[in-house]
Design a protein around this ligand. Structure first.
Ligand SMILES: [Zn+2]
Length: 44
């Protein structure tokens, strides 16, 4: 799940699975779709 968070006067979108931060909600959502399982091999 993507969580909206305020940091340094900016809005970020955090992947709840791994804690990665994105400045675009669409980027966070795209990432999160691949982050459901803990296998990072999709990065290839
Ligand atoms: Zn993630």
């Amino acid at each position: 799940m993507v969580v909206q968070t305020e940091r340094d006067d900016a809005t970020w979108y955090e992947c709840e699975n791994c804690g990665l931060l994105f400045d675009e909600q669409s980027d966070a959502s795209e990432h999160e779709r691949h982050c459901d399982d803990t296998d990072p091999s999709y990065i290839q």
